[in-house]
Design a protein around this ligand. Structure first.
Ligand code: ATP
Length: 463
């Protein structure tokens, strides 16, 4: 854990002043993200993903899994339980030290994280009411406590996991045995984590329930520093490959004071959100701390036996730990754009467009018959939907004027639009029979392509 400052900063250049507001409103209007329990006034720091949000999230997780697990022969996956024996959280140090410093404002009764106070004229002030009447900081444990079984007493306490990593450490030996991997090798996991954040803020950026994509990459002690560099670079490439440009990504070297005491090196990969530069992912060289702690507390050996040197030792680990929700938010912020496009009558109007990388876009292709009351057009369009559906998420739309239909897809980031028109039926020019227009979301350009080539063209773009 590092302690970043979430303090409100002026919007960064490149983002309009109101852009976060616009993004939140688009997310709700088009079904990306809703407030959890909205009908009951919501619950702070909790969010639901709607039909498009869940697709975006899934595309991100699937791509991470593909790159981090399937395309490598040195990584395997697992899916651990959210509730674990309390002893895990004692051994990992979370029960005693997974805390943030909390301060109360005596005037307006706000609860604040110590790093959210305003610094003014050498003194500290409440960012809500400006009062200087503040309590001393005290440690607040971020884990949600719960009870397992029918009795609510000391012996049944455990916690919702605040990170997915611990299940990997605790299963290290089992997975080593079944996978028969040799060092260096990794175990990857994607799953929910829960933190009772003192002050959830910035939309989904700091939530109380979120998902992590974590890799624990085990190695020999002498490989740790080199692998830290390697994983930092790999992870930067990942973000570029999902459409986050290099210039908006920053690597912060976490200082000795900010770093966990057991870590020999940590980088934060940060992104320029509209509300400031903030962490997307931490890449940390955690030494052998975690495995050593669990070996000591459980009394079970977590050592690795090196066949060649005949040595036994506890492996070291490098951990790239990314947030699904933060990355989804970065993808939406990055994709959001407004430009000018002609309406039905040729008059220029503002167009809202989400310029997602086709790989991430929730819907890959929309298929439109030019007119809904012309049976042959509808039939052809349906055939195209059937052709594409096994390979990608396709949306069929026959209602409203074609320009309106394009606009609706632009707003949700669908990269391709296929229109079936009279040329497709070969009515005007037999040479154009079985061709369609393929429209590009960003340039709005349309080209004529043969239906038989459509699948290959689209697949090469979304892979
Ligand atoms: P922060 O300093 O922002 O609280 P952290 O350094 O505590 O984050 P880690 O413990 O390193 O975060 O967790 C790894 C990743 O999990 C983070 O980089 C982030 O993407 C994600 N994450 C952590 N806390 C939250 C949260 N409250 N809401 C959403 N994502 C989170």
């Amino acid at each position: 854990m590092t302690a970043p400052s979430d303090a409100q900063r002026p919007p960064l250049p490149g983002y309009g002043a109101a852009s976060m507001e616009k993004i939140v409103s688009l997310c709700k209007r088009r079904g990306f993200i809703f407030q959890s329990s909205e009908a009951y006034g919501g619950l702070n720091g909790l969010w639901d993903y709607g039909p498009l949000g869940v697709e975006l999230k899934r595309n991100l997780k699937n791509y991470w899994w593909r790159v981090m697990v399937h395309e490598r022969d040195d990584v395997v996956g697992m899916d651990g339980s959210i509730l674990m024996n309390r002893a895990v959280w004692k051994a990992s140090g979370h029960e005693d030290t997974f805390t943030d410093p909390m301060i109360d404002c005596r005037s307006c009764k706000s609860r604040l994280r110590a790093d959210q106070l305003l610094e003014k004229n050498g003194g500290r002030q409440c960012p809500i009411c400006g009062s200087k009447d503040l309590t001393e900081p005290r440690a607040f444990n971020l884990m949600f406590k719960t009870y397992v079984g029918a009795t609510e007493d000391e012996s049944s306490i455990t916690y919702l996991r605040p990170e997915t990593a611990q299940a990997i450490f605790v299963q290290f030996k089992n997975i080593l045995e079944v996978s028969r991997k040799k060092l260096p090798f990794g175990i990857a996991q994607i799953g929910k984590a829960f933190r009772n954040e003192i002050n959830p803020r910035n939309f989904t950026f700091r939530s109380r329930e979120f998902e992590q994509m974590e890799l624990e990459y085990f190695c020999r002690p002498e490989q740790g520093m080199e692998l830290l560099e390697y994983w930092k670079e790999e992870r930067l490439k990942f973000y570029e490959n999902i459409g986050i440009p290099h210039e908006k990504l920053h690597v912060k070297t976490v200082s000795d004071e900010e770093r966990a005491f057991y870590s020999k090196g940590t980088y934060d990969i940060e992104y320029d959100f509209p509300f400031g530069r903030q962490e997307l992912e931490g890449v940390a060289y955690r030494t052998d701390y975690d495995l050593a702690q669990h070996q000591k507390a459980s009394g079970k050996s977590l050592e690795y036996f090196d066949e060649e040197t005949k040595q036994r030792f506890i492996p070291h680990v490098v951990e790239p730990s990314a947030g699904v929700d933060r990355t989804v938010l970065a993808l939406i912020c990055e994709a959001y754009a407004e430009d000018e496009a002609p309406d039905e009558k040729g008059k220029m109007e503002t167009r809202i467009v989400l310029r997602f990388h086709p790989r991430m876009a929730p819907i890959k292709c929309a298929v439109f018959p030019l007119l809904k009351n012309k049976e042959p057009l509808v039939t052809k369009a349906r055939e195209i939907v059937n052709l594409l559906t096994p390979h990608m998420y396709v949306f069929y739309d026959e209602s409203a004027a074609i320009g309106r239909r394009y606009r609706r897809q632009d707003e949700i980031g669908t990269p391709f639009g296929v229109t079936v028109d009279f040329e497709t039926l070969g009515e005007k020019d037999a040479a154009l029979r079985d061709t369609v227009t393929l429209r590009d979301r960003d340039s709005m350009k349309q080209e004529r392509v043969a239906i038989k080539d459509l699948l290959d063209i689209l697949r090469s773009q979304i892979a």
